[in-house]
Write a protein that binds this ligand. Structure first.
Ligand SMILES: Cc1cc2nc3c(=O)[nH]c(=O)nc-3n(C[C@H](O)[C@H](O)[C@H](O)COP(=O)(O)OP(=O)(O)OC[C@H]3O[C@@H](n4cnc5c(N)ncnc54)[C@H](O)[C@@H]3O)c2cc1C
Length: 440
């Protein structure tokens, strides 16, 4: 069997691990890990924004946490917050309005109770905006859900669908919302209440450990797939070689895979793909500051427009070894559409002034290191066009023995554990199909 895997992110590495033999990986970068990778800059270790390991599935917990990384990990309780109306409140906003100005709490509570009184009868295929108003009421929607998500997704929320919310937007009960308005409720909500994180070296430790168990001679780094000759089942790569395959497991972004297909994909799909496959770009500013531990928080969401970023995380609070002794490190995330420009210098000044205003940087403190990172695609945008396009595209690809999977291959909002499970599932499908031609 000859299986060619495009991409050595978590999904591609997991596919190779589960295939065990007769696989080849092409990875365009110089190291494995993809988005779950880390870079070392002037003694600081920076992930590609925050990358925290949330584990739910016994299989991945057993393999990755108990077996592969074991005592190299810290297990932490999430300490995440929202900053709005001049105060910090606990995540998620909808269950923790305690501490906000009384007028805001009243507006959130009254509208939430009215919405609940109307009932959660599902509107057929609501937009995200309509879903928020129906589920949380006007107050919570106005102060958090709509401004925060507009900042993150950069599209009209009336045009966005709701398939993605599953684990990502907690829906508290009536009692929890009331209790969280009256008291500093410490109950954990959502899919990421606790997380694992490597003690040293950032999240790169995970893909590195996965890759260490693989046959290195079949892992081609610095080798980019350039063209997919799908009729003759061969990939032309940047090293000048052609890689034949029986099955292609592609974990590269779906829009890039489709662009690389030679001959071109059927005209109808080719015409539809631009509108169907929209995404945001994240501009991430990593900072190392000379002051140690200005706060215990792990990360904070910023719904208000005064703050141009949507989230700041304090990475040295996940693992102190990420920063130099006596310093602290951060990631600040801004979102843009792919056609929007971004003013790095202006936004750097903005971050520094806001970090000072939050009290995390005193006048004597200095920026030890700063680096920008552009992540594209970052979040795929859920629309009706995406929903219609994907099954047709996957059906066409699978007829050519191509499985497009992982966060960007499947064109979805998902986390690291899911990428690992996606790679496993792809390998199992190929093994079940059974194949015999080795990749050269
Ligand atoms: C801002 C942000 C924050 C996140 N935070 C978290 C978090 O806290 N916790 C969590 O669990 N998940 C988080 N995620 C999600 C997580 O990063 C992904 O789910 C996971 O890393 C996806 O792995 P993958 O292998 O599917 O894709 P990728 O990591 O994108 O891997 C694809 C690989 O393909 C390679 N490639 C691309 N094109 C080519 C080509 N032409 N030829 C060869 N190789 C190519 C790339 O270099 C890359 O290595 C976050 C994502 C983002 C955007």
């Amino acid at each position: 069997m000859g299986v060619l895997i495009l991409g050595a992110g978590l999904c591609g590495l997991s596919a190779a691990h589960h295939l065990q033999k007769d696989w080849t990986i092409l990875e365009k970068n110089l190291k494995v890990g993809g988005l779950a990778g880390s870079d070392r800059v002037k003694g600081f270790t920076f992930d590609k924004t925050g990358h925290l390991l949330h584990m739910h599935h016994p299989y991945t917990k057993g393999w990755l946490i108990e077996n592969l990384l074991k005592d190299k990990l810290l297990h932490l309780k999430r300490d995440s917050w929202i900053f709005s109306n001049g105060v910090f409140t606990r995540y998620p906003y909808q269950a923790n309005t305690f501490g906000l100005p009384p007028k805001v709490v009243r507006e959130c509570l009254v509208a939430f109770l009215q919405a609940r009184d109307r009932g959660l009868k599902p509107v057929k295929d609501p937009s995200f905006e309509r879903w928020c108003l129906q589920t949380f009421g006007k107050g919570i929607s106005r102060y958090f859900m709509l401004p925060y998500n507009s900042k993150l997704w950069r599209i009209d929320l009336k045009k966005m669908t709701t398939e993605w919310i599953r684990d990502f937007v907690p829906i508290p009960s009536r009692e929890e919302v009331l209790y969280g308005a009256l008291t500093d409720q410490k109950k954990f909500f959502g899919y990421n209440a606790t997380f694992f994180y490597p003690k040293e070296g950032g999240i790169q430790g995970l893909p590195d450990a996965m890759a260490a168990g693989l046959n290195q001679s079949r892992l081609f780094l610095n080798t980019q797939a350039i063209e997919i000759h799908w009729e003759r089942r061969e990939v032309a790569a940047s090293d000048g070689r052609s890689y034949p395959y029986d099955w292609l497991i592609s974990t590269i972004p779906l829009h890039e895979l489709l662009e690389k297909m030679r001959p071109r994909i059927p005209e109808r799909l080719d015409r539809a793909r631009g509108e169907a496959l929209k995404y945001t770009v994240v501009y991430n500013l990593n900072l190392g500051l000379s002051n140690p531990k200005p706060t215990d928080k792990h990360w904070v969401y910023f719904p208000e427009n005064k703050f141009r970023f949507y989230r700041i995380g304090i990475s040295s609070n996940f693992a102190p070894a990420l920063a130099l002794p006596g310093t602290s490190s951060y990631y600040c995330e801004f979102s843009r559409r792919k056609d929007e420009s971004f003013d790095e210098k202006g936004m750097f000044d903005h971050v520094i002034s806001m970090v000072r205003e939050l009290g995390w940087m005193r006048p004597v403190d200095e920026v030890v290191v700063a680096r920008w990172l552009r992540i594209a695609p970052a979040y795929v945008i859920y629309t009706k066009k995406r929903r219609k396009f994907l099954p047709e595209a996957f059906e066409f690809l699978e007829r050519q023995n191509i499985i497009s999977t992982g966060r960007y291959g499947a064109w979805k909002y998902s986390f690291m554990e899911e990428a690992v499970l996606d790679g496993k599932a792809a390998a199992e499908r190929v093994l079940a199909a059974g194949h015999a031609t080795p990749v050269l």
